[in-house]
Ligand binder design. Structure first.
Ligand SMILES: Nc1ncnc2c1ncn2[C@@H]1O[C@H](COP(=O)(O)OP(=O)(O)OP(=O)(O)O)[C@@H](O)[C@H]1O
Ligand SMILES: [Mg+2]
Length: 464
């Protein structure tokens, strides 16, 4: 395989050249646009790795010119400062992926391999929407790529301008225009569902339905009929024919939330539909065809789920064509202040008040807190603060107690009323954790190191 490396900086050029050669690629070198143009006239590199600045018209024109007559040409871009604007422009010009300088070599190697191997970079001929119903395409088609909505605070409905999030935005933009299966990972409240919706909105399927199914929220014995639908009389309680998610999402996107919680018995059935695009309703005879794009999410590490046997490896690979990881808030502290401001504004707008800014001491506390519930927790904290502060400045006293004191777990034990039983303590701990996780049983189970099943059973018991 031949790679054309375009980089005006001699130091980074020769170091990249060495790496590429070590990985077994033949390397052509260019230090300017002009040189690159000359080379591509006579040679046909399998991939172009460009470190030229892309911001502004010239950069984009250059990328376009490389695509002329060769719309499938694979281009990877190395940008000095990772800017959403430049990335969006580059994507419109047909770039396969964007990496930030200095480039991590392991990542570069894997991105190059993925780009050369996968269908994501190969541009299928456009399957014009006008020709009828959308059908699966495995490539990005420039003509159809919708524009990601960029804003000065984030991307689409995402707020945050930290480096890790800019990287996420560029992945969302890229994968949105393809039909690839996406697996979104990240802790509770990091925006996995928001990411899934964003991908759908950016895709050619955006006018068709987005259907979400949460594998942990409904009893396991009903998941199958939720997915595939059922025929009247197929089991007790099935008193009507009912469409399942695969039918409802037809032509659109099916979001499988908490996918690692689906029972082992269901997984082969799911895999079969994904492979064959055909299924039967529970108790049904007729084979139905389905055309859905699958996005799945989990707040567990999917590889651990594969290792401990709760997720089939073949299913994991089928779902994980394009992984996107949403970093926890504590790893992008720079976003906290911005998110707090925006969430406060939104809450105040809902309340119909305008008010003063966040006080310094309060901002300090927000900054230091570890945010185990991530953006959802921050949003809840700011909603509450908006109520309490009215139109005055938001102060430390408007924050929940646990943000105000950096107490040790030992202090907490001392404050427990004596005479509290272990069972009652457990009950309070489970309910509190569920509240902190937005009633997300899978995440609560992970934090408490319990089985989801155990939590479900306890909840049932508490209700009685
Ligand atoms: N970066 C962000 N900017 C703005 N809002 C966000 C951001 N991330 C998450 N949110 C909001 O926080 C809430 C929680 O996000 P979401 O439901 O997508 O999280 P999740 O990762 O699916 O969590 P869980 O694993 O608990 O289901 C939503 O209201 C979402 O809109
Ligand atoms: Mg979710």
């Amino acid at each position: 395989m031949t790679i054309l490396l375009v980089d005006p900086d001699p130091t980074s050029r020769s170091s990249l050249e060495r790496s590429l050669e070590r990985w077994g690629y033949r390397v052509l070198l260019a230090e300017s646009e002009g040189e690159a143009r000359t080379i591509v006239r006579s040679r046909t590199p399998d991939l172009i790795l460009s470190g030229l600045p892309v911001a502004g018209r010239m950069g984009v024109e250059f990328l376009r010119s490389l695509q002329e007559g060769r719309p499938g040409r694979r281009i990877l871009l190395l940008t000095g400062r990772h800017e959403v604007e430049a990335t969006v422009e580059a994507m419109k010009a047909g770039v396969s992926d964007v990496l930030t300088k200095p480039v991590d070599r392991a990542r570069l190697k894997s991105v190059i391999e993925r780009t050369l191997a996968s269908g994501i970079a190969s541009h299928d001929p456009p399957s014009a929407k006008a020709n009828g119903a959308p059908h699966p395409t495995h490539g990005r088609t420039k003509e159809r790529a919708p524009e990601p909505v960029e804003s000065d605070v984030g991307f689409g409905r995402f707020v945050g301008r930290s480096e890790p999030m800019l990287e996420v935005y560029s992945l969302l933009g890229m994968v949105g225009a393809s039909d690839a299966a996406v697996l979104i990972t990240g802790e509770t409240g990091t925006g996995k569902e928001l990411a899934a919706r964003t991908i759908h909105d950016l895709s050619a399927r955006s006018s068709a339905p987005f259907v979400a199914l949460n594998g942990a929220a409904i009893p396991q014995d009903l998941v199958e009929s939720e997915l595939f639908g059922h025929e009247e009389g197929s089991f007790t309680g099935a008193n009507r024919n009912r469409k399942g998610c695969f039918e409802m999402a037809d032509g659109g996107t099916l979001f499988l939330d908490e996918v690692s919680e689906m029972t082992p018995s269901l997984q082969p059935k799911l895999l079969r539909v994904l492979d064959e695009a055909r299924f039967r309703r529970v108790g049904g005879r007729k084979e139905m065809r389905t055309n859905v794009r699958i996005i799945s999410a989990t707040n567990r590490d999917p590889r651990t789920a594969v290792e401990d046997g709760s997720m089939r490896e073949d299913l994991y690979h089928r779902l994980n064509v394009f992984p996107i990881h949403l970093p926890p808030l504590r790893e992008r502290r720079g976003d906290v202040a911005l998110l707090a401001r925006v969430m406060l504004e939104r809450s105040r707008r809902k309340l119909g008040v305008s008010g003063e800014a966040i006080g310094e001491e309060c901002a300090g506390l927000l900054d230091r807190y570890c945010w185990p519930g991530n953006v959802r927790e921050l949003r809840n904290v700011m909603e509450r603060a908006a109520l309490l502060a009215g139109s005055g400045p938001v102060e430390a006293r408007h924050l929940p107690q646990h943000l105000r004191d950096d107490e040790e777990p030992g202090d907490f034990l001392q404050r427990l009323p004596s005479g509290l039983t272990a069972a009652e303590l457990e009950r309070r701990l489970i309910l509190q954790t569920l509240e902190d996780t937005g009633n997300n049983k899978a995440e609560a189970a992970r934090r408490l190191d319990l089985d989801v099943k155990t939590i479900r059973n306890k909840l049932k018991k508490y209700r009685n």
